[in-house]
Design a protein around this ligand. Sequence first.
Ligand SMILES: [Zn+2]
Length: 353
Amino acid sequence: MNVKIVSRSAWGAKAWAGTPDQVALDQRREFFIHYDGATHITATGNAVPKAIERTHLAQGWAGIGYNFVITQDGTIYEGRGWTKQGAHCPGYNVTGLGVQIAIGGSQEPSAKALTAARALYDEACRRTGRTLAKKGHRDGIATACPGAKLYSWVRDGMPAGDYDAPTSPPSSGGGSGSSGWDGKSFPGVSAFKLGQSHAAVTVLGQRLVVHGFGRFYKEGPGPRFTEVDKSATQAFQKAQGWTGADSDGYPGSETWKRLMAAPAPSKSSIVALNSAVKPGVTHTQVKELQQLLVKAGYGPILGAYSNFYGAETQKAVARFHNKNPHLKTAGVSYDPLIGKQGFIELQKEAGRK
Ligand SMILES: [Zn+2]
C-alpha cells in the first residue's frame, strides 16, 4: 500500500515555536508506538493533530512532539516528520521515531489505524535502510503508554490484517509494467506512481543525481517511486522555473527530456563588488548589499531598500564585520566599509554559491 501522509500545512499546523533539531535518517534505530492517554478520543480529522499540538505547545515544546499521528480512519498526519527530532520519549527522541495512534484508555484501535501504522513502519525501515526495533513507549520509560492493547500489538510484531508487508529489500531491475520499455525514452506517466516500481524510476533517480539533486537520496535511487523521488523531481522542476502543476514532482515528457540531457555547467552566482560602493555614495549595487546583509542576518536596515549607502547600511556592515573580524580593516573597531573579500563572504553567508 502507499503511505500517504497529510502534511503539516495540509492539516493546518502552526509554525514551529523554535527550531526542532534535524536528525539524519540513518540515525534512526527504533519505531515507538504511543497512545493519547487515559481518555477516549472522540475527535476526528485535523482536530486530532491540532489538539495534540495545542497540548504540546502549552508544555513549552516547539509544536507537536510525535513524528506522526495516526487516526482511527487510518490517516497519517505529519508531526515532526522523518527528519526532525521528536519530543515523545526521553532518551529516544533522536534515535526513535515516535508515532501516536490516536486512541485513549481501553479504546480499541481500528484495523485501519493498525494497518496504517504498520505501513508507516515499513516505510520507515525502507527510508532508513534498516530494520527498526518495534517499541512501545513503556519500553523506553516507565509509563502506561501505549496502553495494553497497542502494547501487545507491538509485542506481537505489529501484525496488520490484510496488509502484505513488503519483502525487503525491494527487488532491483524494475517491476510490473517495465517490460517493453527501451530503457531510454519517456516511459509514460504511468511509470511514476507512488509506491509502485518501474525500471524507469531508477533511471529517473540516477539522472536527478547527475543533475545535482542527489541530496534527496539517503540511499541509492531504486525502482520504487517514492516521496523521495517525487521531492527530488519537484526540486528539479522548480529549478527549471516551473510552477504549479508543472512542478508537481511527477515527471512528464519535458522533465524526462531535460533530465536525460547533460546538465548545464554550474556557474557561480557570486559577483564582485564595484569599487565605487562606499559609505555615503549612491550606487545601484548598494541595494543588493542591503538585501544580502538582511538575508545573512545583519539587519534590520530600517526603511526601504535603496541605492544609498547611508547610516543604516553602514551599521549593518559593521555588524557583519564584528561577526567576521578577519574581514575588518586592521585596527578599526567600527568598520562600516564593505571590502571586496567581505562582499564575497557575505554572499556566501546569504546562501549564494
Ligand atoms: Zn507515549
